[in-house]
Design a protein around this ligand. Structure first.
Ligand SMILES: [Zn+2]
Length: 98
């Protein structure tokens, strides 16, 4: 019988393993970009930026530390998080503040 803690620990271990894989891919990509020289792909290349952003968001969301409304417990809208990266409440609760 799984307790909630067991399930959480298991989910975390799995996500950390996945994350390591993604980080490895990212490293390889960065290495390739360095070899290629930065005159072709300037820093702030939108693809890379988007990838890193996704990785960061995903990491936090999947580890359950991020993206959940602290008031109603529902996931915060991705559009809202994109603008208010550190918000801890969803837009509905933000409107109903107090
Ligand atoms: Zn809420």
């Amino acid at each position: 019988m799984f307790t909630q803690d067991d399930q959480l620990a298991e989910a975390r271990a799995r996500l950390l393993a996945e994350r390591a894989e993604v980080l490895k891919e990212l490293e390889q990509l960065n290495a390739r970009l360095e070899v290629k020289g930065d005159y072709e792909l300037g820093e702030g290349d939108p693809m890379i930026y988007q990838w890193e952003l996704n990785l960061a968001l995903r990491e936090r969301a999947e580890l359950g530390l991020y993206g959940r409304c602290e008031r109603c417990g529902k996931p915060i809208e991705p559009e809202r998080l994109a603008v208010l990266t550190h918000t801890t409440v969803c837009s509905q609760c933000a409107q109903r503040r107090r």
